[in-house]
Ligand binder design. Sequence first.
Ligand SMILES: Cc1cc2nc3c(=O)[nH]c(=O)nc-3n(C[C@H](O)[C@H](O)[C@H](O)COP(=O)(O)O)c2cc1C
Length: 184
Amino acid sequence: MSNSTLDAIFARRSNRAYTDKKVDDETVALLAKAALAAPSGGNSQPVNVIVVQNVPLILELEKAVIDYFVKIGNEAVVDRIKKRNNKVFYDASTVFFLAVKNKAGVDVGIMSENLAIAAASLGLGNIILGLPGAVFNDPDTAAYWKGKLDFPEGYEYGLAVAVGYAADEGKPHEIDLGKLSYIK
Ligand SMILES: Cc1cc2nc3c(=O)[nH]c(=O)nc-3n(C[C@H](O)[C@H](O)[C@H](O)COP(=O)(O)O)c2cc1C
């Protein structure tokens, strides 16, 4: 069966390298609209989308995230980031930050997947990012970063989705049909 939505779902994978080619404004606006089309519990719409395309700011945040994991001595994460060329945003020049209120993590997750699938459907690389949340939660840096990204009062980091022209092929996870059961 051929179906463009299913094709995009199966084409999606996490990309961890991007070219410096920018995603055009019209496409970014379309992706943002796809994010805001996501359903939410009780139609509470608890997520604000903040599109960041300021590369020096993304790089400053990347450094802050790495510094945080070094500061707390989390060697596993520091090693993982090192293996990824000390990248957190992988040189993507557009990052959608999903700021959330009322701890509505499920709604953030749904929105992030809307974005990822929409990007994949347009042939764009993308990756959902939880790690940057560390500096939005650390009391030493939370106010600074929430201010830098203009989070509305009472909003927390939910997730980010980096989007761009992929410079890697990605290595999607294997679909494990062992995690599927039926009760008929
Ligand atoms: C909630 C969530 C948070 C994630 N955070 C990160 C992250 O901070 N850094 C990263 O490199 N990948 C991150 N990923 C990507 C996962 O590592 C990736 O989805 C997983 O390895 C499966 O690979 P695939 O997306 O290519 O199928 C995250 C994915 C999800 C769903």
